[in-house]
Design a protein. Structure first.
Length: 244
């Protein structure tokens, strides 16, 4: 076997075994730390170790420029950005210091080990095929935000095929507008190069998350205006008018 193919294959095998062990450890710790507590104690460590094995270097820009209440978790926010790779959620979990939960597709809950652990972490699942269930999930998310929980969403709705930013859907912005919390735009750089959509061979490299200035929901007349401003902010952070 060609050696350049061997390393990512071995890391995938190691990562799958380590994932199974980490999920079991989360459930063992859950009675003592609570489900989310166990998840945040185990998951970032597992992800950072696996990222290093793949040769992925993580970098966060703009965090220190955010208001102190957002950085310390005293005020929640909705973080939104481009979706470039299968690795986006775990790498954001291991990089953003504020412990946000994701708004995730219901289908992910059915994946062995991965679905179990994100259920344990109390992520918010949305069934896009059932409008009533999706609305109920967004209402649950609004309650969680009011209680102080920050959320991450990828408003494109799916990973980009070519790395270019797709139009944002309205759901996350309706959520932020209803909850009266800021939207924090972010841009992910390096995701498609590390793991393109549809590929399995991971290439090491720099994975950089760049955060922009928060957009206060109260400064906009409605969720649509907030959506347009957030999409423009992400495009600006990406450095082009059309995307990556």
């Amino acid at each position: 076997m060609d050696r350049p193919l061997l390393r990512p294959l071995l890391v995938w095998i190691f990562g799958a075994l380590a994932l199974a062990f980490s999920v079991c450890l989360c459930f063992l710790l859950a009675p003592f730390l609570g489900g989310p507590g166990a998840f945040w104690w185990v998951a970032p460590r597992y992800i950072r170790g696996t990222a290093r094995a793949f040769g992925i270097r993580r970098e966060l820009e703009g965090w220190e420029a955010l208001p102190l209440d957002l950085r310390t978790g005293r005020r929640p926010a909705v973080f939104i950005g481009n979706h470039t790779s299968l690795f986006d959620p775990p790498l954001m979990i291991s990089t953003l210091p504020c412990r946000p939960v994701f708004v995730a597709k219901r289908e992910l809950a059915r994946i062995p080990f991965l679905g179990w652990v994100i259920w344990l972490a109390d992520f918010i699942f949305i069934d896009r095929r059932d409008r009533n269930a999706a609305v109920a999930s967004l209402e649950e998310a609004a309650v969680r935000i009011h209680a102080g929980q920050s959320i991450v969403a990828f408003p494109e709705g799916t990973r980009s095929q070519d790395g270019r930013l797709q139009p944002f859907k309205k759901g996350a912005f309706a959520l932020a507008f209803e909850a009266g919390v800021p939207v924090v735009p972010l841009a992910i750089h390096g995701g498609p190069e590390i793991l393109p959509k549809g590929g399995w061979r991971v290439r090491g490299g720099l994975y950089r998350i760049t955060l922009g200035a928060p957009l206060e929901a109260s400064a906009f007349p409605d969720a649509e205006a907030l959506r347009l401003a957030a999409e423009a902010a992400v495009r600006g952070l990406l450095g082009t008018s059309g995307g990556i």
